[in-house]
Design a protein around this ligand. Sequence first.
Ligand SMILES: NC(=O)c1ccc[n+]([C@@H]2O[C@H](COP(=O)([O-])OP(=O)(O)OC[C@H]3O[C@@H](n4cnc5c(N)ncnc54)[C@H](OP(=O)(O)O)[C@@H]3O)[C@@H](O)[C@H]2O)c1
Length: 222
Amino acid sequence: MHRVLVVGATGELGTHAVDGLLTRGSELAVAGRDPARLASLAARTGCPAFPIDAYDLDGCAGAAPRAAAALGGLDGVLVAVGVPAFGTADSTPDAVAEHLMTVNALCPMAVLRGAIPVVRDGGFLAAITGAIVGAPLTGTADYAASKSALSCWLAVVSREVRRRDVHVVDARLPHMATGFASRAVSGSPPRLPPAADPAAEMAALLDRLLGHLSSPRRQPNR
Ligand SMILES: NC(=O)c1ccc[n+]([C@@H]2O[C@H](COP(=O)([O-])OP(=O)(O)OC[C@H]3O[C@@H](n4cnc5c(N)ncnc54)[C@H](OP(=O)(O)O)[C@@H]3O)[C@@H](O)[C@H]2O)c1
């Protein structure tokens, strides 16, 4: 049975991840910000649950060690924390830019930084960035920059943990029908492509993550 921490489990995609992983037989710990949603998720699933806030980076870094202690080890971590904001760069307040960097980049980085020493060899470290990293739209400069910062960080970490066969996943998922864009802290979204089905996208991501656990590559000669 795989032991996985889902961070941002209180969100739409996080909840898809929780339900999909439980269906696939994983043992989970969950972390989220909204206290009522987190308590309800814990009550529904029986999973150990930890509060997390992007503005407490030490707390973010502590999530994986807490999960590993609760589950008796950790095979993988999936971060689905994020917040959008829209508008041209010159109309975006610095406070909004700082918020995007904190929630979309620094928080996932702190969670996964804390997970590196506790995830088992052959495990996975994953975060949902977005297709926007490869194709940033006008009116999304600060959002796209925060996701690209996380994506770049993941690429470097991937090389740093390769010898342990830890699979680092930069999940560049497309725009999906979760209502995410409507929760923007500032501005209105530009014209977006047709929304993909979040259930199908998350099912494919979970199969990819668990597939790595089931068939790790051969250990290199050391
Ligand atoms: N939906 C899409 O079209 C799409 C496409 C590509 C990538 N993504 C990425 O997928 C991730 C999840 O998106 P979603 O659609 O599931 O959105 P969502 O339902 O709004 O979920 C956002 C998650 O981020 C958490 N969060 C927000 N601000 C936080 C803060 N200050 N501290 C800690 N946690 C915070 C929320 O926690 P609470 O609910 O507990 O407040 C929630 O768990 C995001 O990173 C998003 O960028 C989404």
